[in-house]
Design a protein around this ligand. Sequence first.
Ligand SMILES: Nc1nc2c(c(=O)[nH]1)N[C@H]1C(S)=C(S)[C@@H](COP(=O)(O)OP(=O)(O)OC[C@H]3O[C@@H](n4cnc5c(=O)[nH]c(N)nc54)[C@H](O)[C@@H]3O)O[C@H]1N2
Ligand SMILES: Nc1nc2c(c(=O)[nH]1)N[C@H]1C(S)=C(S)[C@@H](COP(=O)(O)OP(=O)(O)OC[C@H]3O[C@@H](n4cnc5c(=O)[nH]c(N)nc54)[C@H](O)[C@@H]3O)O[C@H]1N2
Ligand code: SF4
Ligand SMILES: [Mo]
Length: 828
Amino acid sequence: MNETRTTCPYCGVGCGVIASVAGEEVSVRGDERHPANFGRLCVKGSALGETTGLHGRLLRPVLDGQEVEWGRALEAAGERLRHVIDTWGPQAVAFYASGQLLTEDYYAANKLMKGFIGAANIDTNSRLCMSSVVVGYKRAFGEDVVPCSYHDVENSDLVVLAGSNAAWTHPVLYQRLVQAKRANPAMKVVVIDPRKTATCDIADLHLALAPGSDAALFVGLLNLIQGTDDWPIARVAAFCGLAAKEVGTFYDWFMTAPRAVTLYTMGINQSTSGSDKCNAIINVHLASGKFNRQGCGPFSLTGQPNAMGGREVGGLANQLAAHMGFEPDDLSRVARFWGTERLAQTPGLMAVELFDAIARGEVKAVWIMGTNPAVSLPDSHAVCQALAGCPLVIVSEVMQETDTSRFAHIRFPALGWGEKNGTVTNSERRISRQRAFLPAPGDAKPDWWIIAQVAQQLGFREAFAWQHPQEIFFEHAALSAFENDGARAFNLRDLAALTREEWDALAPYQWAAGDFPHRRIVPVEPRLHEASVDALYPLMLNSGRIRDQWHTMTRTGYVPRLMQHIAEPRLEICSADARRFALGDGALARISSPRGVMVARVHINDGQRPGEIFVPMHWNGQFARQGKVNALVEGRCDPLSGQPESKQTAVRIAPWHPGWQGELYARALPELPPAVYWWRKASHLTVASDSPLLEWVLAHCGKQGWQLQIAQTGERCSVLAWHNGELMLGFWEATARPELAHAFIEEAFRHPPADLAGRHALLHGQRPGERVDPGRIVCSCFSVGENTIREAIAGGCDSAAALGAALRCGTHCGSCVPELKALLGAKR
Ligand SMILES: Nc1nc2c(c(=O)[nH]1)N[C@H]1C(S)=C(S)[C@@H](COP(=O)(O)OP(=O)(O)OC[C@H]3O[C@@H](n4cnc5c(=O)[nH]c(N)nc54)[C@H](O)[C@@H]3O)O[C@H]1N2
Ligand SMILES: Nc1nc2c(c(=O)[nH]1)N[C@H]1C(S)=C(S)[C@@H](COP(=O)(O)OP(=O)(O)OC[C@H]3O[C@@H](n4cnc5c(=O)[nH]c(N)nc54)[C@H](O)[C@@H]3O)O[C@H]1N2
Ligand code: SF4
Ligand SMILES: [Mo]
């Protein structure tokens, strides 16, 4: 069996993975030698082997809806881009890239746009994610350099997690923290988040502050450190909606801890004052001296696997390249290095303004690579309209159908994880190799190759003549070192001389952060979010991630194991608000803002503050009808960073009682009539509508000539459709949601029940005999369901460890332990 050391393509922890291929089977395990994870993987990482199949993959170039050869697709892209540039100038072209591209891809895209097309209109989804952080570090240190490493998190006395649900979003780093705290019980953990999240499981203090109020908390702390009194504790507590005592405890701990590290992510960055919040955090570390030594510092965690690589390359519209900006010296240096006379001279359009410019017709051609803006940008109806009206949309994708690729005139099939070859940089500035261990499927090609080919079509031959990603890496490393007398900390001089073999074998490499010679405390005036609730829109909507899904679900949404934990868009709301808005647990609700509407299932959770609800960011048109939260979010941005306020939107909410609810299983899922709401699960669709779907299902089966088995009792009906002894479709519908033995139904599609009794039980959606349905899956690693866990608790298991011993749940990646504890708590 062949084993390949590579890197996980999900979060910014950047875990090392060992992949092995045996026939069609791909299996993965953690790489014990990788310094990010030392062998651990989370649920998503462990399920990587289940994502490498070719289901739904885009395998051929598509031009105006027709599959074509590469030559034709590249020529068309070249001609059409050339036409736009010749007619309207380079400013009419834009690239929208991604922190999930490899460094080599990113470098190629940045060089083509800024260096040769000659405008700086290349922005990326990192604008929605890390751009406030970049402003924060640059203002404080003069350069975008992260001053911490993972071992600082383990070797600290106080770990503050601000706006981070690391237990679900950076799970392996969180598990490292769990272990460190176990080894050193004196270590304290503070979680700052309006919601009580899984991360709070190990918190000694949870500050459930008012949304958007974080800056005051840190400005108050700075006041205390510096002995000034603009923001005394009482003022901070009032601003943040916290008790003065809680604030006081946090300040005490920070002041007395010999070492402290603050981890911060989207609860801080995704804000109209995100840059200031980042500086408010950095300030307390600089002022207290808890900086640039072990166990200390302001540590922004990157979200995507190569968000940091993108920052190194300079792939944002307001950076130039390799930690250089648009100052005259930098412009001259980069122009000489690239050998170009057309280098962009001024910053380009940032994501939200870029799509506004497309809507206004100023940008006439956009090339989207490795991101799904129709889902992930705020105000997604406006984004879709902009794309629908754009004369030239090019999309480089691994998947055939996404909400964004619907608008593409040209689709380029890209290689995906396991097929592509290059480097990524994680949160702690560590460069790791992603290595290919699968053959290129169909006509799919590496992103860098596609970019280089289009560049050649545009006439830029020598500058894009690379034959291998190592050549691009070499150039990138050389640029970082070019005329670098130490003024730029980002310097890969040591890697610029690697041979192809050495680059192939490159072990994880962390670049040095330097000594931070320029340190600045940036004055911050705390501000709240700009979204404001009123009588019409009385609730604040927060959005973010769930444990087992990755962003717009293109890769995780089809993996049954990952769809079990949370299978529908769900709305978390406290019980008082649920009563106030007449919402029952498990019922459906419509959430609306002035921008749009979505439907989600109510999940009552008293870890939500009154007046605030939470909805996952993941669902979209491929997985649900009206399940997309960004349809509601407004495109308000931080003026310095351009990062949108994705975490706060004023909304209203109303129960929706559909007349009918059902579950539809089919070998090939049909397209449903427009009035039906649906949610795609691993194996079937859940449906809801105001009038019954039964007749439509019968007509659909009739058209196929299938044999029908129907049962109707009162308001409940069931349909099985058979063809040549095989089950083709199963449908259950009632006025309330039918309870079914889902695993039994799934089995029946592979092995239909042989006897009559079995078929009868199947028709009623029940398993013959009385085996309990395992219920909602809590532990994805071992597929252990909530009902099974409750049963074990009733049978005497009284701790997470006891449950683990009995059922194995929680014993692999550990991500479900907080939920196990919640179930144990509910019992008591
Ligand atoms: N499972 C999973 N993991 C992921 C990803 C994924 O899609 N799925 N994506 C990756 C990416 S790209 C990113 S950027 C990271 C994001 O990682 P995180 O930032 O940890 O994830 P989020 O869920 O977006 O938001 C974190 C928390 O911010 C809180 N929050 C909201 N408003 C405020 C506020 O005003 N103040 C404070 N203090 N907190 C607030 C939310 O309640 C939420 O719990 O995750 C990475 N890891
Ligand atoms: N409301 C709200 N909105 C948010 C957020 C939030 O918390 N709340 N978070 C924001 C953040 S932090 C982020 S990072 C974004 C993420 O949002 P997106 O970047 O839009 O999400 P992804 O699903 O990761 O999109 C990646 C796309 O690239 C494709 N792809 C995968 N591998 C490759 C490859 O190798 N090459 C190419 N060419 N394509 C590939 C995938 O199929 C997918 O369609 O969402 C942002 N939007
Ligand atoms: S923690 Fe992040 S990098 Fe590590 S296995 Fe999980 S998703 Fe992959
Ligand atoms: Mo992100």
